[in-house]
Design a protein around this ligand. Sequence first.
Ligand SMILES: *Cc1c(COP(=O)(O)O)cnc(C)c1O
Length: 400
Amino acid sequence: MDEKMFSRETEILNKGAYLKGRADSPEAAPLYLTTAFNVEDLDDLEDMYSVQGYTYIRTRNPNRNALAELVTYLEKGENSLIFSCGMAAISTALLSILEQGDHVLSDKTLYGETIDLLEGLSKFGISVTFIDFTNLEEVHNSIQPNTKVLYTETISNPMITIVDIEALAAIAHENKAKLVVDNTFTTSLVIRPIEKGADITINSLTKFANGHSDVSVGSITASEEIIKKAYSLQVLLGTTANPFDAWMCQRGMRTMDLRVQKQMDNAAKLAKALEKHPNVLKVHHPSLDGHPQNELAQKIFENGYGGMLSFEMPNNREKINEFMRRLKIAHYAMTLGGYRTTISHPVSSSHYAVPEEERLKMGITFGLLRVSVGIESPDDLIADFSQALDVFNEEISYIK
Ligand SMILES: *Cc1c(COP(=O)(O)O)cnc(C)c1O
């Protein structure tokens, strides 16, 4: 813009539209809240295209690219895409690699809406089978000639079971299928599924990665070839994250390792304390000796066993309500991975629609509570759960 003055009604639109002075190396990445970028002329536009530069918000934005660079580094892939949320990442990734007639073999304990999404693929002529991925024999036997995708999560919700990513990748590749892994519950601090042979790693960055419970963002990380296909579909579906959310998420992720490490240490301490509490019937956390995949967790996890745990209390609705009201630090919230400890009740939320008989087979009793452990003082947390659990004192003596 030259400095020639136009009338006020024109200048009010243009003054200060371009930054002046040396503004190209701020300490913190600036937020590019713009739907489009200007070019000088058609030659400049050609240049922009040739370097995959910035033209329009839905196709490319500097804040999304910056976040993708960080996620790609952490998840050890070739490239990443940033989405408006985890579900946008999952749906776009799956739709970009699946075709009519294909089959998906999936673990049966997944994030509830991922199950709904997979079941919904039947309207496009894509079939899905849900089985127990901790049973590798069953995985082998359930592969069909048209199986194109094996889908799993690193830690299942809410029973906190673990699958062997390396073994699943081998089965997938023997059968020319792709292994897609949702790494939301563990984060790249604990495991990088691509290093174990996965083809696509998905993250709901909304959770542990951003960690501040304030924006929703998702990502996929994979080879250039897979990302290229997914990118074409992402632009058409419009599942891109807005620049502000991408910027916020990158800000949150700068401290991800510090938070997640503390969350995992706290989770292990809380799990141990809950296991000792006389009013707790069972605790599920991979750090515990009695966990069914404790050995596998030791083999494939680094730095800890995740910040998620669940535990079983007596099936008494009144007492559970009282317990929830008595908790002072941990609060009920329909999310996880934030810096504050939150609880959720699977029977009333994620597994509300699952028939009783089926959910009991999965071990999900009415008294099961899921905890996303925060970065509070572990002693305060343990004391808080402990005093709230006292509501079951009479109940427990009745059971025993
Ligand atoms: C929350 C979550 C999702 C969905 O992510 P959104 O950002 O809410 O769309 C997917 N997978 C897992 C394991 C999750 O916890």
